[in-house]
Design a protein around this ligand. Sequence first.
Ligand code: AMP
Length: 192
Amino acid sequence: MLNIVIFGPPGAGKGTQAKKLVDKFNLIHLSTGDLLRSEVAAGTELGIEAKKIMDQGLLVSDEIVIGMISNKLDSNPDAEGFIFDGFPRTVAQAEALDSLLSGKNTSINQMLALQVDDEELISRLLKRAETEGRSDDADESIIRNRIQEYNNKTAPLADYYQGQGKFSAIQGTGSIDDIFDKLTEAIEQIAL
Ligand code: AMP
């Protein structure tokens, strides 16, 4: 199996690149942000609770997102691999993911971390607010909360994966295709 974590702050291009990588490497895309937004759209109890937190730019509880990922891993027993997008976002999530995967006799192969500076992130997200209409993209102070949550709780995961010898930094600026080529090259190096 090929299991990749695509990593980086909000607006780094994780979702865009993950969609291209799933096609190229025949993986299943697991985005906790997308899963949460489907719950919000469906108006479930979980969605209603999650939306309050997402709209403030804060992280929803580890328990909720770990449960979602666990269900998705169980419902795709024949997958050739997964690309985790927006998960894990805390050390507790990373530990839970390691344990879920080891229960299936597999593991994360590599974290690919897209590097983009804060001002570029903010301008990308404000632009995305106009095209995709996400409420958490529309307000600069919410975006700054998301970046702060990332710096406080999520950025330390780079060390977590580095400690396992599974970390690659990839420059996340330039054309979408150039970034995709760099990601592909990194995956081919570890997978072949
Ligand atoms: P994203 O689409 O990945 O930018 O996620 C949008 C929002 O969903 C985040 O700002 C969080 O509120 C929530 N979220 C998504 N993934 C996670 C996660 N792994 N842990 C906690 N909250 C998450």
